[in-house]
Ligand binder design. Structure first.
Ligand code: AMP
Length: 411
């Protein structure tokens, strides 16, 4: 059998793992600054956790979940998204006694989608959630944190914040019925994919990319009349907050979201640099969901961002991935290289050696890596207990005692 990885999965190594680590670090720092605590959940849960809340007729539940029977006949599912496991964890660990609860997490999700650029079957997400408040300040805070994270990781990329409100969940249900009826009359003209959504998820027809669907959607009843004054005020407070901070946004009344549980504020950060898989980060309110899952009837809001998509836009700037390269001419001087390695380790200076007892072979590697200094060890260095240190930027070489090295490397 030919060895291969499963379609839609990918290994993370080299530059990608460096990017992954940078993203994880920045996210953790920003989370800490904003007092969000980390919560990691298992990658599988009981299937029931997802089926109902995500919508039994949603694409994710119908076609994309990796579900399997455990040996004791219980149905399990690899998590396709993070909000429901976060809520499950908050309920089962009694974390909802003190509200609001602000949490974040990071890790792999699984969806059996058609793989393409920016779309995988196992991918990694960053997730931020706030449970227990319907204050517009929570919506604002999450959008600002999302913006902050993207800006700090992608300072040279352009992305656009799209905003919409779907109104209160009860009104949204009325609107969905009206929309269903409208599309039912036009059924014959809709794409096959949209036909399937008339009964189950008519909102998704509004963001179809099919030309006929778009034409029909253009004359569909709009959400506006179903949005209460209270919801309109909530939405305009968010916009005012963004204006105050000069965070640009576009109002996009076609923005719905893939999963059934969303209502009220929804938002997405989109980029024009990635082709069709253009959403970097998406989220919104899910008032009612925590109650549906068996928790108290408290509101919630959150977002998820795709690490792979962020990574694709990221440019690494190699400052000093590995500060020092070691080179030695002969095995006889081994104790000298051991000493300097130990010294560098203790002083937190990154170094690399490839077990070659030949300067030329050692250095051929040094050129392909971003390295600032070479420490050379030969007969003289060994006999007189010093090191020859070459600065690769200037080409200058100096003979230094161990105690002089740190100052030299940091100058
Ligand atoms: P969603 O949970 O569908 O709202 O997705 C949130 C974010 O996760 C998206 O904006 C993407 O950045 C990322 N994402 C979703 N699905 C995939 C996938 N199949 N492959 C890679 N990234 C994904």
């Amino acid at each position: 059998m030919k060895l291969r990885s499963v379609r839609g999965t990918h290994d993370i190594y080299g530059e990608d793992i460096e990017k992954y680590n940078i993203i994880e670090n920045k996210v953790s720092k920003i989370a800490e600054l904003n007092s969000f605590n980390k919560l990691e959940t298992p990658i599988f849960e009981f299937t029931d956790l997802f089926a109902k809340p995500l919508g039994e007729q949603s694409d994710v539940v119908l076609k994309e979940m990796y579900s399997f029977k455990d040996r004791n006949e219980e149905m399990l599912t690899l998590r396709p998204e993070y909000t429901t496991p976060m809520i499950r964890a908050a309920i089962t660990n009694n974390l909802l006694n003190e509200l609001p609860l602000k949490i974040f997490g990071l890790g792999p999700m699984f969806r059996r989608e058609r793989p393409q650029k920016g779309r995988y079957r196992q991918f990694n997400q960053i997730n931020f959630e706030i449970f227990g408040t319907n204050d517009f300040m929570a919506d604002l805070e999450l959008i600002i944190i999302g913006n902050e994270i993207l800006k700090s990781i992608l300072p040279n990329s352009s992305f656009t914040l799209n905003l919409n409100t779907l109104g209160h969940k009860n009104n949204l249900n009325e609107y969905k019925i009206k929309l269903s009826n409208y599309f039912k009359d036009k059924k014959e003209k809709l794409s096959d994919e949209s036909k399937e959504k008339i009964q189950t998820n008519p909102l998704r027809i509004l963001d179809s990319k099919n030309e006929n669907d778009i034409l029909i959607s253009n004359s569909a009843p709009t959400m506006q009349e179903f949005i209460s004054l209270e919801e309109k005020n909530h939405f305009s407070e968010i916009k005012k907050g963004l204006d105050l901070l000069k965070i640009k946004y576009v109002e996009n009344n076609k923005l719905v979201r893939g999963l059934d549980y969303y209502c009220s504020t929804v938002f997405e950060f989109k980029t024009s640099e990635l082709g069709s898989q253009d959403t970097l980060l998406g989220g919104g309110r899910y008032d009612g969901l925590i109650g549906v899952l068996g928790g108290p009837d408290i509101p919630g809001i959150g977002w998820a961002a795709g690490i792979e998509r962020i990574s694709m836009l990221m440019k690494l700037n190699y400052n000093s991935l590995c500060k020092v390269h070691l080179a030695i001419t002969d095995k006889k001087y081994n104790s000298h290289i051991q000493k300097i390695m130990n010294f560098l380790r203790k002083n937190n200076i990154s170094f690399y050696w490839n077990y070659k007892y030949n300067i030329k072979k050692s250095l051929s590697k040094a050129n392909s890596k971003k390295i600032e200094y070479v420490i050379l060890i030969g007969e003289n260095e060994f006999n007189n207990n010093y090191y020859s240190v070459r600065n690769l930027n200037t080409g200058k070489q100096s003979q230094l005692k161990e105690s002089e090295i740190i100052k030299y490397l940091n100058d």
